[in-house]
Write a protein that binds this ligand. Structure first.
Ligand SMILES: Oc1cc(-c2ccc(F)cc2)cc2nccnc12
Ligand SMILES: [Mg+2]
Length: 214
């Protein structure tokens, strides 16, 4: 059976990246996806915004919704302090082993736990099954119509604390209007908009930071 695009991305990382070097893994994926095959990684331009917010948050416990090939998991985990951990939720069973392998090539397998399933099923288990207290940072990068309901789940399950930082990808394109409606003009959130561009393209996109105020 023909290989998938995601398997081809893994092949490229496995062949070209330096084992244990997260930067080289990111560079390899960005090179492959800008020169060979477009893929929905957050990419190098929006990746710099992600880096900035992760450094600002300096999270002990981070959550990512939408692992895909593990690009943003590597991007986030490479910035985490020794005691910190990233949980990443992915529902597509084909992507999970590819992301695990890419994260391992980056040498970050101890910092990242990939949870396979739908966010709406896993979020309710984070405290009980995964011993999470509250989340310091959440990166939303899964299906856009799930940003708002999953954010509400995070609130309802007591997973956000005063100062928890949410960062959402694709606010420009494909867009997440319900999420923006939920966090903007909401006394419980302080929002900041970051205009950018769609990964590896000239088309406009944006990210939104929403700090939970309790
Ligand atoms: O960053 C992204 C971009 C796109 C996407 C798809 C098709 C286009 F034409 C343009 C952009 C989809 C995404 N789905 C989930 C998480 N992130 C995504
Ligand atoms: Mg995205």
């Amino acid at each position: 059976m023909d290989q998938s695009k995601e398997q081809r991305i893994l092949n490229s990382v496995s062949y070209n990246a330096i084992k244990g070097d997260a930067e080289s893994v990111l560079d390899c994926i960005d090179k492959y996806c800008s020169q060979k095959e477009w893929a929905m990684n957050v990419g190098d331009e929006k990746g710099l915004i992600l880096d900035k917010i992760v450094k600002e948050a300096d999270p002990t416990v981070a959550l990512e919704l939408g692992t895909y090939c593990g690009y943003s998991a590597v991007r986030i985990a490479r910035l985490l302090k020794p005691s910190a951990h990233l949980f990443s939720i992915e529902f597509n069973a084909e992507f999970v082993p590819i992301a695990k392998e890419i994260i391992e090539i980056a040498g970050l397998e101890d910092k990242v736990t990939i949870l396979e399933g739908h966010a709406q099923d896993i979020i309710p288990q984070l405290k009980t099954k995964y011993n999470v207290d509250t989340l310091d940072f959440v990166f939303l990068d899964h299906w856009k119509d799930r940003y708002a309901p999953d954010t509400i789940l995070l609130e309802q399950y007591g997973l956000l604390r005063k100062g928890s930082i949410l960062l959402a990808d694709n606010i420009g394109f494909p867009g997440a209007p319900d999420f923006l409606k939920h966090v903007r003009n909401n006394e419980h959130y302080e929002c900041t908009h970051y205009p950018s561009h769609l990964e590896y393209m000239k088309a406009p996109d944006a990210m939104e930071k929403a700090v939970y105020l309790g």
